[in-house]
Design a protein around this ligand. Structure first.
Ligand SMILES: [Ca+2]
Ligand SMILES: [Ca+2]
Length: 78
């Protein structure tokens, strides 16, 4: 029984449970998150905060930028 629980916990950790996935944020399905889309998930996000997440400054957040921001604690775990 313990083994099953450990395996389950590991699977949840690897799948990033607790973090918003790009598929949750990207409501228009273009594969990236705009400021408006992020704001829907993170209502406290500021334009300044968005700029910090948008590492390549192209105005949208791609999956790599989102993961990096979550790992860096720039956006809260949803
Ligand atoms: Ca989008
Ligand atoms: Ca970007």
């Amino acid at each position: 029984m313990k083994k099953v629980l450990i395996a389950l916990t590991t699977t949840l950790a690897l799948s990033g449970a607790g973090l918003a996935a790009m598929s949750d944020v990207d409501t228009d399905g273009d594969g990236v998150a705009s400021f408006t889309e992020l704001l829907a998930v993170y209502p406290t996000l500021t334009a300044e905060g968005f700029g910090a997440i948008d590492a390549n400054a192209d105005g949208v957040i791609d999956e790599a930028e989102m993961v990096a921001a979550q790992e860096a604690g720039l956006i809260p775990e949803a």
